[in-house]
Design a protein around this ligand. Structure first.
Ligand code: NAD
Ligand code: DAU
Length: 339
């Protein structure tokens, strides 16, 4: 079995590659990644020389390059993680989100049609459902919740989902789509809430909480996401959408306070800054479908997962320090200088 993992030098894709290489030593795993600011080749160093692993630097929008790779590798499964993934960046500049997330997905699926495939899996997000109100804790996103996006990022992901499902209906392409809640864990790029707060706290820098910090996210340890994807690509029904989430809703401010506590840092580092434009209030996934059909349940409790994650950032300082010292710093200045 040959699996092409796009976006495998990023956060979830790299965790998925490690998971798959360990669980299926007889599979060939090919990582296709453009290495944008969010892709970090050093993450894949531990597996780079494994004989059943190959890294290819390629843009999913590069049709010729993608077709060439399909000709060479004759993949059975494609798992598409490749995306521009940060909401704040999409608010600053939507264009690359539309290109990579929508047009790039189209190129990959055209390659699947041209060369044949057993499964194309689109890794999507709960953000395509928009948000839920804070005063209705009884409401959750199901697979039937209407698409109702808020940001250029979530709109581009929704566009890709609809395209993937249309390729199933129109061309009979064996497609599945998953919509997961917020992930956390090792190799999370330090522009996202949890790794940013850990990195800043460790440097005694201000912890920039948007607005009052009352927004709620439904956090899932990244390995639990990988396990869900493994089940879907092998046993999920074609043409179906699966929601992934672990009923673990937390307010941003409580997460930041917890990180301060775990690191022995004062809460006085917390700085309330201007809110994100169009900021989604609450995400909450109903995972009944994947649980009933595929037997998936999340295994890592948040209390354990966050400790493991903080430990990882303490033990791997050079990984995130290198990122912070590079191009990321310019972006950081632009984003927070006038907030
Ligand atoms: P990430 O930003 O950490 O990684 C994205 C990877 O894609 C990077 O390695 C980058 O170099 C690569 N990439 C970007 N544009 C590319 C292109 N044109 N061609 C090839 N490679 C390209 O993202 P992540 O947090 O690991 O998210 C992975 C996927 O999961 C995304 O599709 C995202 O929408 C989805 N998702 C993320 C979360 C989350 O909490 N992080 C939750 C649900 C769904
Ligand atoms: O729900 C899944 C989505 O989760 C994925 O599709 C996205 O790719 C991923 O980035 C994530 O989106 P969020 O916008 O929820 O994640 P982020 O880490 O950017 O922000 C989490 C919450 O924390 C959000 O309410 C905004 C807030 N926040 C974020 C940053 C970076 C702050 O308060 N301060 C910050 O500095």
């Amino acid at each position: 079995m040959t699996v092409i993992v796009t976006g495998g030098a990023g956060f979830i894709g790299s965790n998925f590659i490690f998971y798959m290489l360990k669980k299926y030593p007889d599979y060939r795993i090919v990582c296709l990644d453009k290495l944008t600011y969010a892709g970090n080749l050093s993450t894949l160093e531990p597996v780079m020389n494994q004989p059943n692993f190959r890294f290819v630097r390629l843009d999913i929008c590069d049709r010729e390059g993608v077709y060439r790779l399909f000709e060479e590798e004759k993949p059975d499964i494609i798992v598409n993680f490749a995306a521009e993934s940060h909401v704040d960046r999409s608010i600053e500049n939507p264009d690359i989100f539309l290109k990579t997330n929508i047009l790039g997905t189209g190129v990959l699926m055209d390659a699947c049609r041209k060369y044949g495939i057993r499964r194309y899996h689109q890794v999507s997000t709960d953000e395509v459902y928009g948000d839920l109100p804070l005063d209705r804790p009884d409401l959750f996103f199901t697979e039937e919740t209407p698409i109702h996006t808020s940001s250029p990022y979530s709109s581009s992901k929704a566009g890709a989902d609809l395209l993937a499902l249309a390729y199933h209906r129109t061309y009979g392409l064996p497609v599945t789509v998953s919509r997961c809640s917020n992930n956390y864990g090792p190799y999370h790029f330090p522009e996202k809430l949890i790794p940013l707060m850990i990195a800043n706290a460790l440097q005694d820098k201000p912890l920039p909480v948007y607005g009052e910090g009352l927004n709620v996210r439904d956090w899932l340890y990244v390995e639990d996401h990988c396990k869900a994807l493994d089940l879907i690509i092998h046993s999920g029904r074609e043409g179906e959408v699966y929601n992934i989430g672990g009923h673990n809703e937390m307010r941003n401010i409580d997460i930041v306070k917890l990180i301060c506590k775990e690191l022995g840092k004062p809460e006085s580092l917390i700085t309330h800054v201007a809110d994100r434009k169009g900021h989604d209030m609450r995400y909450a996934i109903d995972p009944t479908k994947i649980s009933n059909e595929l037997g998936w349940t999340p295994e890592t409790k948040f209390a354990d997962g966050i400790k493991k994650t903080i430990r990882w950032y303490l033990d791997n300082r050079s990984w995130w320090e290198t990122i912070i010292n590079g191009e990321y710093r310019d972006y950081y200045e632009r984003m927070y200088a006038n907030r």
